[in-house]
Write a protein that binds this ligand. Structure first.
Ligand SMILES: NC(=O)c1ccc[n+]([C@@H]2O[C@H](COP(=O)([O-])OP(=O)(O)OC[C@H]3O[C@@H](n4cnc5c(N)ncnc54)[C@H](O)[C@@H]3O)[C@@H](O)[C@H]2O)c1
Length: 459
């Protein structure tokens, strides 16, 4: 079984970069990425590569190389499905906002719609690949929908979760720690192994059964998030005891059993995946009656929420217990550096808490638009869109953002923040000039020397 044509449903942060890299590395395979969002597809097709809907270092170069050669972006979902031998499902699987499992379970309505559309549009046998992150045993539901079409078309279902990290997606895709493929049909598994083997060493392509593959993705995200919550829990203890969380992280991270990665204390993790995937894991555990397992993983989220609130509370307390009418500058809105993705960003929740205290907030982020900042705040529904626009402004220059500010809060670890003329910034701020560093990004000693009142998590 040799794959010649791939269709990917969903041109988002995963579908766009992963399929662009497959097209780049496999010039003999035609890859068509489809989406129902016309604006998104138009942006992927924009001749100006700075307008691609996803910002990732290196992505524009990959798209420039493959687009129009063997990489295509389209809204014609049915045609792309019908033509393909292999169909990736890479649509969003957000937390349910209604009904049973509200606020916990993954909303699989987009996945089911894809399955029904694949069933209706297919005239020839296909391999269907779950690229989205899904609850364990979702493949069973897909099978049931696809195998009951009565069309005589055969489908093989594979699970191939994506482990890329936003901000380093292209690097991760070019040189993955591993590729995971779960499936029952050996020929179908081999067909997908062969695609990746064009550039990934064979020993890094792991094959498992379907359920292990589905569950491994949720487990990987749960473990990663757990490390962040673990070090953040210690950061609060450091603040009370005079220990320094960076020193503790270094001391434990040199233990080869622990390792140094994901031990940076911060205002809390964000992103579209960690919270949703852990909630989903908790929901699944509970649905099997495993209360202790559910409770154990739920604590990772509890700790993360606490860290965001604690950061906002500390700003208010330090600024003499009131921020009403005070201008607070946010450096960064994206959930991490090198991405324009703001989903579940800590900045949103810290802003919401400070706005409830009637602060006025000015946001500067190198890659996030004003529309996105307002959309994120409006989505919370805490106050009216008009109120959000009255209290929050978004500017395109960091020095303008800090002009006459009472405090600066660092919410994203963008490298450029380190290179600013902090002397100039302080001169134009209200005094005392506070800096609350939610990412432990800046040099505390340098800022102290310049006369800032500098606060970092875990010190
Ligand atoms: N973002 C990450 O870092 C990351 C990493 C690994 C895995 N994942 C998983 O990958 C999946 C996709 O995540 P994402 O960040 O790319 O989401 P996204 O929201 O950026 O993109 C999903 C896209 O799917 C499209 N879509 C939805 N239903 C559709 C349909 N029926 N037909 C055609 N298009 C449809 C949407 O319009 C959207 O553009 C999720 O399950 C997520 O958990 C994400």
């Amino acid at each position: 079984m040799k794959v010649k044509k791939i269709c990917c449903i969903g041109a988002g942060y995963v579908g766009g970069p992963t399929m662009s890299v497959i097209a780049q590395k496999c010039p003999d395979i035609t890859v068509t990425i489809v989406d129902i969002n016309e604006q998104r597809i138009a942006a992927w097709n924009d001749s100006d590569l700075s307008k691609l809907p996803v910002y990732e270092p290196g992505l524009a170069g990959v798209v420039a190389e493959a687009r129009g050669r063997n990489l295509f972006f389209s809204t014609d979902v049915d045609t792309a499905i019908a033509d393909a031998d292999m169909v990736f499902i890479s649509v969003n699987t957000p937390t349910k906002t209604y009904g049973k499992g509200k606020g916990m379970a993954a909303d699989l309505k987009f996945i089911e719609l894809c399955a029904r559309q694949i069933a209706a549009a297919s005239k020839s046998d296909k391999i269907i690949v779950e690229k989205s992150t899904l609850p364990v045993r979702t493949a069973e539901a897909l099978k049931s929908i696809l195998h009951n079409t009565g069309s005589g078309v055969n489908f093989h279902i594979l699970s191939n979760p994506e482990f890329l990290a936003e901000g380093t997606a292209i690097e991760d895709l070019h040189d993955p720690d591993r590729v995971l493929i779960g499936g029952e049909n050996a020929e179908a598994v081999q067909a997908l192994v062969d695609v990746y083997a064009s550039w990934v060493p064979r020993e890094r392509i792991l094959t498992t059964n379907l359920w292990s593959s589905e569950l491994s993705k949720l487990t990987a995200n749960a473990f990663l998030a757990q490390r962040v919550s673990s070090i953040n829990a210690i950061s609060e203890l450091c603040e009370r005891t005079g220990a320094n969380v960076d020193e503790v992280a270094r001391a434990i991270g040199t233990d080869s059993r622990i390792g140094p990665k994901f031990l940076k204390a911060s205002v809390g993790f964000g992103g579209s995946c960690f919270q949703k995937d852990i909630l989903n894991l908790v929901y699944i555990a509970r649905s099997y009656g495993l209360q202790e397992v559910a409770h154990y993983w739920e604590q990772v989220i509890t700790m993360n929420d606490h860290q965001k609130h604690r950061f906002a509370d500390n700003i208010v307390q330090t600024m003499y217990n009131t921020v009403s009418g005070k201008k607070i500058t946010f450096l960064g809105w994206a959930f991490k550096k090198d991405t324009n993705d703001t989903r579940e960003s800590a900045a949103i929740y810290v802003a919401d808490a400070l706005l409830s205290e009637e602060a006025s907030i000015v946001v500067y982020d190198p890659k996030v638009t004003a529309e996105q900042v307002y959309a994120d705040l409006d989505y919370l529904g805490t106050r009216t869109p008009a109120e959000n626009r009255r209290l929050v402004s978004v500017v395109g220059d960091p020095y303008d953002a800090a002009e006459r500010a009472h405090a600066i809060a660092v919410l994203t670890e963008w490298d450029e923040f380190k290179t600013y003329d902090w002397h100039r910034i302080k001169d134009h701020m209200m005094k005392p000039a506070f800096v609350f560093d939610g990412r432990k990004l800046l040099s505390g000693s340098k800022l102290d020397e310049l006369g800032f009142q500098y606060y970092a998590i875990g010190e």
